[in-house]
Design a protein. Structure first.
Length: 240
């Protein structure tokens, strides 16, 4: 059983979707702690020709610290939903696949009002549906625990009978430091994702990497975005 897990991020980059592609089961770590001004609530896209900036989902300040992602609530006093979708439209309406992608994404941003985790997950699932991938979704909040870091990861892997764990490279250090992995019966592979260049309508010179998946989807569409996710430059580091 191939498993990956990540905290639900706001319109994440292509590497996030590579982890989903490798998974039979993808676990959203939706009850993990929310981090202010992280990829939980923002990501980068073009805002002008040759210029990128953050697209941010504002969270109530009173509800921003020491809460989980699935209890982080929006600051609706800032009318951010309309501003965000209008900003997308302004900066991407000339891209080849705008009319195909924008209605789906803007509808979710306007109408999903539960919490940050629910918004992020709905957007991620919508993108995966465009890719027509078959993956089973699970949520860490369904299996509460007091375990932390590597112990929590191992608990979840055992819960779903993992034989292969595909991990972001950023987790490698703490997995090594905690001394719990490697474990018998579960092979661990660390992601080493490399962005491959693609046409960017808003760039007149240098390619700008590591933007939200939306940049690729607007510019080259779902089929070519899948090819970018699975490009030949990507390698996996096997834990030996």
């Amino acid at each position: 059983m191939n498993i990956a897990m990540m905290q639900p991020s706001f319109l994440p980059w292509l590497g996030y979707f590579q982890l989903i592609y490798k998974s039979d089961i993808f676990i959203f770590l939706d009850d993990f702690q929310f981090s202010v001004q992280s990829f939980h609530q923002r990501n980068k896209l073009f805002v002008n020709k040759d210029q990128v900036d953050w697209y941010t989902v504002p969270i109530k300040k009173a509800n921003a610290f020491g809460v989980s992602i699935n209890t982080a609530h929006f600051d609706e006093s800032r009318n951010w939903r309309k501003k965000l979708v209008n900003r997308l439209e302004k900066n991407y309406f000339k891209t080849p696949f705008f009319r195909h992608i924008y209605p789906l994404i803007s509808d979710i941003i306007i109408n999903e009002k539960s919490n940050l985790s629910a918004l992020n997950i709905k957007l991620i699932k919508a993108v995966v549906k465009l890719f027509d991938w078959n993956v089973e979704w699970e949520f860490s909040s369904k299996y509460p625990s007091n375990a932390l870091r590597s112990e929590r990861v191992l608990e979840l892997l055992k819960q779903f009978g993992a034989t292969n764990y595909f991990s972001p490279i950023g987790a490698k250090q703490y997995l090594e430091d905690d001394g719990i992995f490697p474990v018998s019966g579960i092979d661990v592979s660390f992601q080493n994702f490399h962005i491959k260049k693609y046409p960017q309508n808003n760039s007149s010179s240098e390619f700008i990497p590591s933007l939200s998946v939306l940049d690729a989807l607007f510019n080259v569409g779902p089929k070519e975005t899948i090819e970018l996710i699975n490009n030949e430059n990507n390698k996996w580091e096997i834990w030996k």
